[in-house]
Design a protein around this ligand. Structure first.
Ligand SMILES: *Cc1c(COP(=O)(O)O)cnc(C)c1O
Length: 463
């Protein structure tokens, strides 16, 4: 039947009043550090929890440590830094591209105060948000003009809405892609009010398919980077250049969704066309993401013909899709790096990282972990890294990883994810792999310590 009532009553009476708690020296120190409101909230929650435990027949103490724990839990962020040991460079779930130091400094400076976001210093009057980063984009892509929006999905939506509403947009059935996270070309088309005219078949689309589909109502020919998949076998489609030739002949503009936004040929990655290639081939507009291969903030960029870009800029949707000052400052700083010092863009540096250097780091880390950990066998191994972010799905980057075997790797992975900093590893063939390509060398000792701590925690609970 549980405990006698009088004892429960007595325990409840033993609980301190929140007001009394707040007078204790240790709690006053917490108030000094966290502010009174937060400590009162935490103290109330801890007392209430203790009350419920006692009513359930248990025991509970209310002390400073319990309140401090509660405060820490209340302050915990859901958006946290992690170590990406997955080997995928542009990992959408892990926030895509890390920013360059120069971009972080630019954002910090702009974030802390006021800025020329929409102010013309020379004239002393209202300026234009859409002037930022434009010259750099023109220089880097060869396009006549450019506009920046919130992301590439927004860029596609804006271009279709502004140029093809109530008209036809012709696209190959082989390019009706779903990127993940809900971006599907046919759905975006529907939202824009443009009519999708699918041509060709899944695996083959020909010149005559496009030619037969073009009519009075045709506003755009759309080409979409196949992004995260590749087709092999009996496959054919038109190149961008061939599509542009048809568009020119029939007087229809060509929009190329380049997806990843590769600004320059990247060391370590072959076969990914650049945005400048798309412009040079004659695409009227090319759109791409800011935080994939470009290595900048979340953004969508459209470059191309000045008259078309002007129509996008003036469209009512532009207001809903406009980028903020933090995005624009990070983008501008990142584009400056692409112009002057491309090797400093982290995504470019990680893709180009030589296997020999990764191998040395993996060997050193495996030794350090092996020497300090109580469980598991630890080696350095070759692995395959990926670009991710819908670029070059088939390209394999030769990488190196630290491999841990001989323990329950699922539990080890969970312990790593639960650590501080959290680590996201890969599990393959019964081993836990820590790919080093996307780990900054300065993080190596943190990563090794996290793995040792996770391995030792398994040992304690009898893995
Ligand atoms: C990634 C991608 C998009 C979506 O870009 P976001 O910046 O994530 O909105 C659209 N089209 C293609 C081809 C892509 O690869």
């Amino acid at each position: 039947m549980g405990e006698p009532m009088p004892e429960v009553q007595q325990r409840l009476r033993g609980l301190p009043a929140v007001e009394a708690l707040l007078q204790q020296p240790a709690i006053r120190a917490l108030i000094e550090a966290h502010g009174r409101a937060a400590v009162v909230r935490a103290a109330r929650a801890v007392v209430e929890q203790a009350r419920r435990r006692i009513l359930d027949g248990g025991e509970a103490a209310v002390d400073e440590q319990e309140i401090a724990r509660r405060l820490a839990a209340d302050a915990a962020m859901t958006l946290r830094s992690v170590i990406n040991a997955s080997g995928v460079v542009v990992h959408t779930n892990l926030g895509r591209a890390p920013l360059a130091g120069e971009a972080i400094a630019a954002v910090a400076g702009i974030a802390a105060g006021y800025s020329t976001l929409e102010y013309d210093l020379a004239a002393g009057e209202r300026g234009n948000r859409h002037c930022h980063a434009i010259d750099l984009l023109r220089e880097l892509t060869g396009a006549a003009d450019a506009v920046v929006v919130n992301n590439n999905a927004g860029a596609v939506l804006l271009a279709l809405s502004a140029l093809a509403r109530d008209g036809d947009v012709v696209v190959s059935r082989g390019e009706l892609v779903e990127i993940g996270g809900g971006f599907r070309v046919p759905d975006v088309m529907r939202q824009s009010g443009a009519r999708l005219v699918e041509v060709g078949t899944t695996n083959r689309t020909h010149r005559f398919d496009y030619e037969q589909a073009i009519g009075e109502q045709t506003r755009l020919l759309l080409k979409v980077h196949q992004s995260n998949f590749a087709q092999i076998g009996f496959v054919s489609g038109l190149t961008l250049g061939e599509l542009v030739a048809i568009g020119r002949q029939r007087g229809v503009a060509v929009l190329y969704d380049a997806g990843s936004g590769c600004l320059r040929p990247l060391a370590g990655l072959t076969g990914e066309p650049t945005v400048a290639d798309g412009v040079a081939l004659g695409a009227d507009l090319v759109c791409f993401s800011g935080d994939k291969l470009l290595g900048g903030p979340q953004a969508g960029v459209v470059v191309g013909r000045a008259d078309l870009i002007e129509r996008l800029r003036c469209h009512p949707l532009m207001r809903a899709l406009r980028p903020d000052k933090l995005c624009l400052s990070a983008l501008q700083a990142t584009l400056q790096l692409w112009r002057d010092r491309p090797e400093r863009v982290p995504v470019a540096g990680m893709i180009a990282a030589p296997a020999a250097r990764l191998e040395r780091r993996a060997q050193e880390m495996a030794r350090a972990i092996g020497a300090a950990a109580a469980a598991g066998s630890v080696d350095s191994v070759r692995c395959v890294d990926r670009v991710g972010g819908g670029a070059s799905p088939l390209s394999e980057l030769p990488g190196w990883a630290v491999a841990v075997r001989g323990v329950d790797v699922e539990r080890l992975a969970a312990a790593l994810r639960g650590g501080e900093p959290p680590v996201v590893p890969q599990i393959a063939d019964g081993a836990l792999l820590l790919h080093l390509r996307c780990v900054a060398p300065e993080q190596d000792s943190d990563l090794a310590a996290a793995v040792v701590a996770a391995l030792n925690s398994l040992g304690k609970t009898g893995a």
